[in-house]
Design a protein around this ligand. Structure first.
Ligand code: LLP
Length: 411
């Protein structure tokens, strides 16, 4: 394991987090390189030669992390030209990049065409029209897939469900078929396959299989209409254990998926995000004040909802612990950040033993952590630190006050 206690002190790949807090300050995101690679390998070792694992860049888009994954053979799932450009800088191969998202801009599509990425995943008829127009204008052939709405629930928080019938994502089967015929007739689209992402933080294998069955049936329906598809993209979404819940093992899930696909002449694409980086990162923070009121004990820390928004936005539970183990008995605290919002609560009623100088770790913060951070309350965003077998690398410096004001004009 990447985050382990040594002599009662929490370490990352053998490096005490206390040293990292001292050298880089807090709040700071810290990642374990070996954990990221191990999680990726659990996927990669289970696929066949022409299948692809496309890491979902929205979960963590630091270029150094993308580079780590690209070097291991990862493809990428992107949702903006910014993410696409990051992948290219990181050494990602265009033929291993898929581009999803309901609102692709003209710039997004032009870049995807120019770079000849593996697939633009079309989410509406209007988007198809735009792609045809741009491809014709540029004399390009657009490699595309159709993202379908499977009408399946992921069984997770409503904000991270994407496969329900009323969601903005994907096309219905009928509309996808109509769009595919139009795409074929356009002469500028090469149809690669179909895709469907049910949602995030999935905890049951049956949901993944249900989505796969839906896609396999859709492939057959397309075939009957004369459209041959070579690729099925089952999206991402495998959950991780934040609170000791059971966690799906990617290799177990993929084994079943690959078995089902055998004999169908179909390549598989998977787009995991959280399950690769989630448990490989923590947010390091320090206690600013203890505040005891008539109703509660507050532990006010220096990381706020601008640094990690998951608890405030999704009511998400993250384990919070002190870096150093204490002999003293625990007290119950509401752990809150410095932001002027009552929702800035990282954890409620947590039993901890805190002292004036406590350094804490908010665990499992590697996915949807720094990428969702903001400058709210004019706070500079935290640095990111990647630890690789005792080597500690600053992979994003802390923002400065100058960074905060650098885009404001006429100062
Ligand atoms: N593919 C598509 C098309 C997606 O929309 C997503 C995530 C993924 C793959 C990767 O899903 P994952 O393996 O990471 O579950 N901010 C939320 C999660 C939003 C997920 C959005 N889509 C959170 O912090 O829980």
């Amino acid at each position: 394991m990447s985050f382990l206690e040594v002599n009662n002190s929490l370490c990352v790949e053998g490096v005490p987090l206390l040293d990292i807090a001292r050298d880089y300050g807090t709040p700071a995101y810290v990642y374990s390189s070996s954990q990221i690679i191990k999680n990726f390998d659990n996927y990669f070792s289970s696929i066949r030669k022409d299948d692809k694992i496309c890491f979902s860049v929205k979960s963590n888009s630091n270029i150094h992390i993308l580079e780590l994954l690209a070097n291991k053979g990862s493809g990428f799932d992107v949702v903006s030209s910014g993410e696409l450009r990051k992948c290219l800088i990181a050494g990602g191969k265009p033929e291993n990049i898929v581009f999803s998202g309901v609102g692709k801009s003209i710039e997004d599509i032009e870049l995807a065409l120019k770079e000849e990425i593996f697939s633009i995943n079309i989410e509406s008829e209007a988007e198809l029209d735009r792609i045809i127009e741009i491809a014709k204008k540029n004399g390009a052939i657009a490699q595309c897939s159709f993202r379908l709405n499977p009408d399946i629930s992921a069984g997770s928080h409503p904000f991270v469900e994407t496969g329900g019938k009323s969601s903005k994502f994907g096309l219905s089967k009928t509309n996808a078929l109509g769009a595919a015929k139009k795409a074929e007739n356009s002469g500028v689209i090469k149809i690669k396959g179909i895709a469907s992402h049910v949602g995030s933080q999935i905890s049951k294998k049956e949901i993944v299989i249900k989505n796969l069955d839906f896609l396999m049936q859709t492939k057959k329906d397309f075939q009957e209409a004369g459209i041959i598809l070579n690729n099925i993209n089952i999206g991402g979404g495998l959950g991780i254990s934040y609170k000791g819940e059971d966690q799906l093992i990617p290799s177990d899930v993929l084994k079943e998926v690959v078995d089902k696909l055998a004999l169908t002449n179909t390549n598989l694409i998977v787009e995991p995000g959280r399950s690769i980086v989630g448990k490989a990162g923590i947010l390091l923070t320090k206690l600013e004040y203890l505040k005891r009121t008539e109703t509660s004990n507050f532990a006010i820390i220096d990381a706020g909802m601008n640094d990690l928004i998951r608890p405030s936005l999704y009511n998400a539970w993250h384990n919070i612990r002190t870096i150093e183990k204490s002999e003293n008995s625990n007290e119950e605290f509401n752990i809150v950040g410095p932001i002027c919002e009552s929702a800035d609560v990282m954890g409620e009623k947590r039993g901890l033993s805190l002292t004036k100088d406590s350094i804490l770790a908010i665990l499992d913060a590697g996915a949807y952590g720094h990428v969702m951070s903001s400058n709210y309350n004019s706070r500079p965003r935290p640095p990111e630190i990647l630890v690789d077998d005792c080597e500690v690398r600053l992979i994003r410096r802390r923002e400065s006050f100058q960074d905060l004001i650098s885009t404001q004009t006429n100062l």
